[in-house]
Design a protein around this ligand. Structure first.
Ligand code: SAM
Ligand code: SF4
Length: 332
């Protein structure tokens, strides 16, 4: 293995998040506008071979150990199962996970598991079909819930569920969502809403904070912090529910940032390295790849891209500027 992906502050990126498409079949209001976005033109999107080639560089030459496929909605990427299979054949084999809205899992959970997928996170923000439809602007609640069951059935366990709470929409559902997940053996994690919506409507003063989520959960459950030494670079703060072993996680990117322990690096669907969700700059690997760069050259460019990572996202700084790409185009 060559040099690792180290930044000026000594953080080492070992967790690669790859967006396989910027397109999606939902329109979650914290993520996308109702009309969708100007999608990347197909020729700009990395081909399956290019994704696998760049992943191989990250694994073999840069010390990356975990690969998470995301989007947009990764299940609508035609070559997904094959990409997962080829990624699982890389040496050393990385841990492979997927973040998805769950639509299509009834068909794909088995083939993905068989291809080598290790773990899955499914996003579900509401137990009410009405609220789900309002929030995602699509009537697909049953597809998501069936998808979760299919993931469980395929052995992608423990199935993790991601939920974002929005004021006036679903913030009162926190304890119900937890009870529902506990009943089914799913591991629930709440994610604080971040300023990554395409409309730039996020506001610190109305967002639902980790403190508020914990307060709502504690009305029904006894929560005790799980051993923080086990957290490592994991973004979720973990709590034992009613003494454990069941847990609930809170990813408080805004109010309790974990930038100092960040071990992530991102590759967009069009082959740009982003050293942070909130980065203002990207480094183009696709151009170099298509111009014939060899693996060593790609690795050098990748290291240079990570070296300039900022110490933190600076959301609380008055000069904070939301990135131009919304979450769906970066890869959440
Ligand atoms: N479509 C897939 C999904 O929804 O799981 C993968 C991509 S999505 C961008 C990844 C995760 O980011 C989802 O759990 C979603 O809820 C979360 N997300 C999207 N926009 C967000 C925002 N503005 N703040 C916090 N989380 C957000
Ligand atoms: Fe699609 Fe995921 Fe964004 Fe929702 S959060 S619109 S499912 S990419």
């Amino acid at each position: 293995m060559g040099a690792q992906l180290v930044d000026r502050f000594g953080r080492i990126a070992t967790d690669l998040r790859i967006s396989l498409t910027d397109r999606c079949n939902l329109r979650c209001s914290y993520c996308m506008p109702p009309e969708g976005l100007p999608w990347l033109p197909s020729p700009d999107v990395l081909t399956d071979d290019e994704v696998v080639r760049l992943t191989g560089v990250a694994i073999r030459l840069l010390g990356v150990r975990e690969v998470r496929f995301t989007g947009g909605e990764p299940l609508i990427r035609r070559g997904l199962v094959d990409i997962v299979r080829r990624t699982s054949q890389l040496d050393p084999r990385p841990e492979i996970s997927l973040t998805t809205n769950g639509i299509g899992l009834t068909r794909l959970a088995g083939p993905l598991r068989e291809a080598g997928l290790d773990r899955i996170n499914v996003s579900l923000d509401s137990l009410s079909t009405e609220t789900f439809r309002e929030l995602t602007r699509r009537d697909r609640w049953t597809d998501v819930v069936d998808g979760l069951a299919a993931a469980e059935g395929a052995g992608l366990t423990p199935v993790k569920v991601n939920a974002v709470l929005m004021r006036g929409v679903n913030e009162t559902e926190a304890p119900d969502l937890l009870a529902w997940c506990l009943e089914r053996g799913y591991e629930l994690r709440f994610i604080e809403q971040m300023p990554l919506d395409a409309h730039h409507r996020w506001s610190r003063s109305v967002m639902v904070t980790a403190d508020e989520i914990l307060e709502r959960l504690r009305e029904r459950f006894d929560l005790t912090p799980a051993d923080p030494r086990q957290r490592g670079s994991a973004p979720a703060e973990s709590f034992l529910v009613d003494g454990g072993p069941a847990r609930v996680g809170i990813i408080a990117s805004v109010t309790r940032p974990f930038c100092g322990d960040c071990d992530r690096v991102r590759l967009t669907a069009d082959g740009q390295v982003r050293n942070c969700l909130f980065a203002r700059e990207e480094s183009d690997l696709r151009g170099a790849l298509r111009a014939g760069a060899d693996d060593a050259d790609l690795a050098r460019r990748w290291r240079a891209a990570v070296a300039t990572k900022q110490p933190g996202h600076g959301i609380d700084d008055p000069t904070f500027l939301q990135p131009t790409r919304p979450m769906s185009a970066i890869g959440g």
